[in-house]
Design a protein around this ligand. Structure first.
Ligand SMILES: [Zn+2]
Ligand SMILES: [Zn+2]
Length: 205
């Protein structure tokens, strides 16, 4: 009935691979938040990829039709009160994906420069976000013709945020049937997250 094309997200050592039913990323942000930064810094120390200063984030529909190398996968939270859960290859420390309760099981997040993927990343940049955390000694953010959010603390920002059409569509609970399992279910199958207890704001590298 559909002509969806599947895609894969794999780690750089090749032990772990996730196949999704729909390879088209639905949204793209660049994020200056400390969680993105620390999650990548921590992985870098463990042997993962070189850091990128303003990570490229893509949201993929959470229809996971097969998983390879589950025994090598590891799940972590940066802090016990943290809401995001990160799935890494425990061998090469590629970041395979991130789950957050706000995604409501609809999508999950990937960092294409910290894994390998053949997903379709042609969706346009939506916004540059969370610049409140962006280190002062990093390069200035690119002057793309997209909104830049310093935080989402202020009413004006919240209003601008909620007016981005894709955000509203992608972060609501899904109504269409799921193919395979969600990213949340994959994370649960890998096991309870280990808590890294990183200090907020700390630079690990
Ligand atoms: Zn690996
Ligand atoms: Zn972030």
């Amino acid at each position: 009935m559909s002509n969806l094309q599947s895609g894969t997200i794999s780690c750089k050592c090749g032990r772990c691979e996730i196949t999704v039913a729909d390879k088209r990323a639905v949204q793209y942000f660049r994020c200056g938040c400390e969680d993105c930064r620390q999650g990548l810094e921590w992985a870098r120390i463990k042997g993962g990829d070189k850091l990128e200063q303003l990570p490229h984030l893509y949201y993929i529909p959470a229809d996971i039709t097969s998983v390879k190398g589950k025994d090598f996968m590891e799940v972590y939270k940066l802090r016990c009160e943290g809401r995001s859960t990160r799935l890494y290859c425990g061998s090469c420390y590629s970041l395979m994906g991130v789950e957050h309760p706000n995604y409501q099981g609809n999508v999950f997040l990937i960092f294409p420069r910290h894994c390998k993927t053949d997903c379709d990343l042609s969706v346009k940049l939506t916004a540059i976000i969370c610049m409140i955390d962006y280190p002062e000694d990093y390069d200035a953010p690119p002057e793309d013709e997209v909104p830049l959010f310093y935080s989402r603390k202020f009413k004006q920002e919240q209003k601008r945020w909620s007016q981005i059409p894709l955000v509203a569509a992608n972060f609501k609970q899904r109504t269409k049937p799921r193919k395979g399992i969600s990213f949340t279910e994959l994370i649960e199958a890998v096991g309870p997250p280990k808590i890294l207890n990183l200090e907020k704001g700390e630079r690990l590298i």
